[in-house]
Design a protein around this ligand. Structure first.
Ligand code: HQG
Length: 192
C-alpha cells in the first residue's frame, strides 16, 4: 500500500474512531459522518482528501476498517472506537466455541489478574484465526495468543457481537475463560 494510502487510513482511523472533534467533526451514534463534511473539516485542518482517495482507502483496507453507506454519502469506521460520541448497535451473535486474542507478553501478568479489559476502546477485540491474533499482539511487543472459551462465556450469559469486518467484540473476558496458546500458527492458517 502506498504511503499516501497508509497515512490517510491512519488519519481516518484517528478521526472516525477516536478524536473526531480534533477536526471539528461530529459523528452520529452509529459512527457515520458525511463524506463531504469529512473532506471539508479535514481541509480546514490542512489535510487534503478527496472522494477517490477515500474510496481507495475503504476498498484497499485488508482489515475492512471503514464502510461507505449504500449511496456513498457517508463513511464510518466499522469497529475499534474509543470516542464516547459513538455507540454502534452491533448485532448480537453466537460466537464459535473458541476465539483468539493477541497481546504482548508484558501484559500477561495484568491480564491474568484482571481479565481482558477493553482499555480505551468500547470492546475487547477477538479473532477467529490465530494468525490475525499474532499480528494484533505484535503491535505491542513479543506476541502471545490467548485462547478464549467464547462458547462457554456465551452459555454463561456474556454477549458477543461481530463487526462487519468479522472482528468479534465482547465487553470483557474473565481470567477463567482464557488460556495461553502454545500452538504456533502455520502458514496454512495464515491469512494471505
Ligand atoms: C491489552 C487493531 C493489561 C490488550 C487490531 C491489548 C484489533 C491489557 C491492549 C484492534 C488488559 C489494548 C484492537 C489488562 C487488555 N492488563 N493489558 N487487564 N486487558 N489488555 O489496541 O485488541 O489495525 O486497544 O491485550 O487488529 O490490541 O486498528 O486493542 O494488547 O482488531 O484496525 O491492552 O485494533 O485493528 O490495545 O486491538 P488495543 P487490541 P486496527
Amino acid at each position: 500500500m502506498s504511503k499516501l494510502l497508509t497515512d490517510t487510513s491512519k488519519f481516518l482511523s484517528y478521526v472516525l474512531r477516536h478524536e473526531p472533534e480534533s477536526i471539528g467533526l461530529s459523528l452520529d451514534t452509529e459512527g457515520w459522518v458525511g463524506v463531504d463534511a469529512l473532506i471539508a473539516a479535514a481541509a480546514q485542518h490542512g489535510r487534503t482528501l478527496d472522494r477517490p482517495l477515500i474510496e481507495q482507502v475503504v476498498t484497499t483496507s485488508e482489515k475492512k476498517r471503514f464502510a461507505l453507506s449504500g449511496d456513498g454519502s457517508s463513511i464510518r469506521a466499522v469497529q475499534g472506537h474509543s470516542t464516547d460520541s459513538v455507540a454502534i448497535s452491533f448485532e448480537e451473535k453466537v460466537p464459535p466455541a473458541v476465539l483468539y486474542h493477541g497481546t504482548a507478553t508484558r501484559f500477561l501478568e495484568s491480564i491474568r489478574a484482571q481479565g481482558l479489559l477493553p482499555g480505551a476502546r468500547h470492546h475487547v477485540h477477538l479473532s477467529e484465526d490465530m494468525q490475525t491474533a499474532i499480528s494484533v499482539g505484535q503491535r505491542y511487543g513479543k506476541p502471545v495468543v490467548l485462547t478464549i472459551a467464547a462458547g462457554a462465556m456465551h452459555e454463561q450469559g456474556f454477549k458477543f457481537f461481530q463487526a462487519n469486518n468479522d472482528v468479534w467484540l465482547t465487553a470483557l473476558v474473565l481470567p477463567e475463560f482464557m488460556s495461553r496458546t502454545r500452538q504456533v500458527a502455520t502458514s496454512s492458517t495464515a491469512r494471505s
